[in-house]
Design a protein around this ligand. Structure first.
Ligand code: T1G
Length: 685
């Protein structure tokens, strides 16, 4: 049964797609669309056509699951050209998200009507691609070059209202979309060919008057586009729409599309699209397990983390009671929340009313007793096991039965924390990443006794507060921070052996990370996890902390900082490194960039494989989701596990073996990694 059906309404042929969940333009849909247009052309009684979709959305793009498989005709470019060639006017009836190939289908229709909350976009760039079915040539001609450039190179959709303002949508309709689309089709009565010879088209002329348009866009978006291939290809394709007639421009589009499609970046970003969605699935928990109702949240600790965590719930309209031990700390915490909201409002991303609404949901308190009726309580107190166990012991006696008790611990044993209560089944780890109101990643740490419905609740709540959640097992540092340990250990050892903080950070930034290990330490705080005893100096980090070099917040860390927090290599740090090198009796030597990759990134991959071996992550792609969303791993490399497969597991195993002596006695080569390398298998698939 084809997902495409047709039926007549008067002299209008209504073509309907029913291909859940998102009406992806798979082969059956493509075949059905062509057949429907031929039916319209072949029937004199048909005077116009409406193309619409059942379900939540108009076509949301090509079927990504078909990528990498043998092409099946008709491909989407042929389908859209066939729609455009229809001798009867074709009207697209848009609801939900007309994305990618979906918008390209709508662009090949002669007219477009949409409901007010519809979104239209070409997010192919987020998949490492560009609109490959004429979109880069039609969109500039319909919506104007500037908007087309912004939409294609960033992948961000626009709303129906703006689409109507720029002529991408002909009419916004309220109520019954099909009915209005048919009425529109009965009005228009003739096709509206898209102007193809670029010199004739006024939408392009405006851009021609602004020769700096493309280079200005490149400059304005250089940082966001750094390292990615697809944005530049999208820009080139849109430039072709301006400088060439349609027939030539579409050839450029095809060539650029095929180049991207065959590249590693596109495969990485398409892999990641599914990895992110897979992360929300919990192995071994049935679909019948329902989440608990979370109507009121308690947060203990009004520091940076407690405040950031609270904001996630307040922004989602969930009331929060935030508890501190002292009034000044409580006041500082609530003031910081307001300040963060006001900063967001100043950037136009929130209205003043929304700020007041969010703040109105916040109840400051000095007493844990005020958390008694919370459905979820999250502890964000000092990262010390004894302190956490004491807090959970108290919560156990205060908070109502059935509430979920969560720890925001970054490393500590959630089972041990759970054991300090009489309800370990209600205890879970909710590890937010700093800044908690910004970073999308949430590690949901599943204790040995955590109940299935608590897990399901945590995953559902993550969606509600717009986080990407990954289930982690109980081990030191869970997934992300555990993989940071070998990276930091090797980075510190490399300093003793002759590398500099600048060199190691440069290698990581050139790889595509937003910053290297030492830049990250200075940003987060060199003193994080420090024992705070200035007289106990066992390593370079202890020494820097004892010298009050705690990072950017102190104007000095592994780097020196000027009053604008601009970093520069520090002679003081160089001396400290030299001092510890001498103490350790280590011979200084030249360190290659490749060795830095092997010592820091290969060891991270190995740790990821050990995590998989130990069952502390459900799947390799979850580890990639953690690193992309938690630490800014470049998505065009897919994540550490995907990258390991593209680097080649045998090459990684060989590199680790070559470095074995320098990796130290504690280093354990993952059996899983070795086995997969020997078997020619992949870690991430
Ligand atoms: N192809 C195949 N499956 C898709 C899909 C797609 N395009 N989009 C979503 N899915 C699956 C998804 O994996 C999940 O599956 C389910 O649908 C629900 O998705 C030639 C080449 C539309 C905004 O990039 O942005 O067109 O996990 O959880 O939150 O120029 O899906 O249930 O098994 O995301 O409501 C361009 C991608 C393709 C749009 C809905 N289009 N999709 O969000 O649901 S390339 C896109 C989305 C292209 C042409 C080029 C979102 C959504 P499962 P979901 P959602």
């Amino acid at each position: 049964m084809s997902p495409i059906t047709t039926r007549r309404h008067g002299d209008v042929l209504i073509v309907t797609s029913n291909n859940p969940p998102v009406n992806a333009l798979g082969i059956a849909v493509r075949e059905g669309l062509v057949k429907a247009i031929e039916e319209a052309d072949g029937d004199d009684a048909v005077k116009a056509v409406v193309i619409r979709c059942d379900g939540n959305t108009f076509f949301a793009g090509a079927d990504i699951t078909e990528f990498g498989k043998p092409m099946q005709m008709p491909m989407l470019p042929q389908v859209v050209d066939r729609i455009e060639a229809c001798t009867k006017p074709v009207v697209a009836a848009i609801h939900g998200t007309a994305l990618g190939g979906g918008l390209e289908v709508a662009l090949s229709c002669h007219y477009r009507v949409a409901v007010p909350d519809a979104k239209l976009g070409v997010p192919e760039v987020k998949l490492g691609l560009l609109p490959g079915a004429g979109g880069t040539q039609r969109l500039p001609r319909v919506a104007g070059v500037e908007t087309a450039l912004e939409m294609a190179a960033t992948g961000n959709p626009i709303g129906a209202k703006r689409a109507a303002e720029i002529g991408l949508v002909d009419r916004i309709v309220e109520g019954d979309l099909e009915q209005h689309a048919v009425a529109f089709a009965e009005e228009v009565r003739e096709i509206r060919p898209l102007p193809k010879a670029s010199e004739r088209d006024d939408k392009l002329a405006a851009a021609r008057a602004n020769p700096g348009l493309f280079d200005d866009f490149r400059k304005a978006n250089a940082r966001k586009m750094k390292g990615f291939d697809a944005p530049e290809a999208n820009i080139k394709a849109i430039e072709a729409a301006l400088s060439k007639p349609y027939a030539e421009g579409v050839q450029d589009e095809r060539r650029l599309f095929m180049e991207l499609m065959s590249g590693t970046q596109a495969r990485a970003q398409q892999y990641f699209f599914f990895a992110e969605r897979k992360a929300s699935k919990i192995e071994g928990v049935g679909e019948d397990v329902r989440p608990r109702d979370i109507r009121k949240v308690g947060v203990i600790g009004a520091g940076t983390m407690g405040g950031g965590i609270s904001m996630n719930f307040l922004s989602a309209g969930i009331p929060v009671t935030i508890v501190e031990t002292a009034q000044d700390a409580l006041d500082r915490g609530t003031a910081l929340i307001r300040k963060n909201y006001e900063a967001t409002a100043a950037k136009g991303r929130m209205t003043a009313d929304q700020v007041e609404k969010a703040m109105g949901l916040l109840t400051p308190s000095l007493s844990l007793d005020d958390l008694a009726d919370c459905d979820l309580v999250i502890e964000a107190v000092f990262e010390n096991m004894e302190v956490k166990k004491e807090v959970f012991g108290k919560l156990d006696g205060i908070v109502k039965q059935g509430a979920i008790l969560a720890s925001n611990t970054s490393y500590l044993n959630v089972d041990e924390i759970a054991a300090s209560t009489g309800r370990p089944q209600d205890v879970v780890g909710l590890h937010f990443f700093s800044p908690a109101n910004v970073m999308k990643l949430l590690e949901v740490v599943r204790g040995a006794k955590t109940a299935d419905d608590v897990l399901v609740t945590a995953m559902a709540l993550a969606k509600r507060i717009r986080k990407v959640a990954v289930v982690a097992g109980v081990c030191y540092g869970f997934i992300g921070n555990r993989m940071l340990i070998p990276r930091q250990t090797q980075a510190m050892n490399l300093l003793l052996e002759g590398a500099t903080p600048e060199q190691i950070d440069r290698v990581h930034v050139e790889f595509g990370m937003p910053m290297g290990p030492f830049q990250m330490a200075d940003l987060a705080g060199v003193d994080i996890g420090w024992h705070r005893d200035p007289n106990r100096i066992e390593n370079i980090r202890d020494k820097l902390c004892a010298m009050d070099r705690w990072g950017q917040k102190k104007g000095a860390g592994f780097y020196d900082y000027d009053d604008k927090r601009r970093p520069s290599p520090s002679p003081v740090v160089a001396d400290v490194i030299e001092e510890f090198r001498a103490k350790a009796g280590v011979e200084k030597r030249d360190i290659s960039d490749q060795e830095i990759i092997e010592r820091t990134l290969y060891t991270m991959v190995n740790e990821g494989a050990l995590i998989l071996e130990g069952g502390f992550a459900q799947r390799a792609s979850d580890i990639d989701v953690v690193w992309v969303y938690g630490y800014g791993w470049p998505v065009y490399r897919g994540g550490p596990m995907f990258w390991a497969d593209t680097e080649g597991l045998p090459k990684i195993v060989e590199g680790l073996k070559r470095q074995q002596d320098r990796l130290g006695a504690d280093f354990k080569l993952s059996d899983l990694l070795v086995k997969k390398a020997e078997a020619g298998e992949k870690l991430s698939r």
